[in-house]
Design a protein around this ligand. Structure first.
Ligand code: SAM
Length: 167
């Protein structure tokens, strides 16, 4: 949460989009800062719980479904830089899974293809990117981002961090 918050401050972003709401802990923490927040959760039950928890928060919009399907449509309505917290993946327990354990390939393709190139993209759980369970290899992912050319990328504290090359 502190890492996400530090990027919001550094890049002066007003919009936060999370994939994988889960219990809403990060979402609630960030939403208290007053920015516009969107969160997508695959599990109908977890989404329902979040709708109850955040029913009075006017700056939070919740979507239920697979982020690889929902994100492209939302991006079509976005024309400002956003902080993306890409954390929607199967994590055992009560968490849900779509056809793949992680929608990261589709999510990243949609965001890198978006006309706005000043987003900040944080991808949690870098250690999972080992070629198993539908995760790409970390090296392949980093190569793809570097070839795209619009974002600098570094990995720290298990978070893959993409920041815009041009301000
Ligand atoms: C690690 S938890 C998210 C934690 C949360 N972002 C936070 O910071 O507190 C992952 C969540 O992603 C959800 N999920 C799994 N696959 C998904 C998908 N394709 N689209 C959206 N959410 C997904 C799971 O049900 C689970 O609730």
């Amino acid at each position: 949460m502190l890492v996400v918050e530090s990027y919001l401050k550094k890049f002066r972003l007003d919009y936060f989009l999370e994939t994988g709401t889960y219990l809403g802990e990060t979402l609630g923490y960030i939403a208290r800062r007053g920015l516009q927040c969107i969160s997508i959760e695959l599990s109908p039950e977890l989404c329902r719980q979040a709708q109850i928890r955040f029913k009075h928060c006017k700056n939070i919009k919740l979507f239920q479904g697979d982020s690889s399907q929902i994100l492209p449509g939302l991006l079509g309505q976005i024309n400002k830089p956003v902080l993306f917290w890409l954390d929607g993946h199967y994590s055992g327990g009560i968490t849900a899974t779509a056809e793949t354990h992680t929608p990261i390939n589709a999510e990243l393709k949609a965001i890198l293809g978006h006309p706005v190139k000043q987003h900040v993209i944080l991808i949690d759980d870098a250690h999972c990117f080992d070629g198993t369970n539908d995760y790409p290899y970390l090296d392949d992912l980093l190569r793809l981002i570097r070839e795209d050319g619009c974002y600098s990328v570094e990995v720290s504290m298990d978070i893959i961090r993409l920041t815009p090359k041009k301000g």
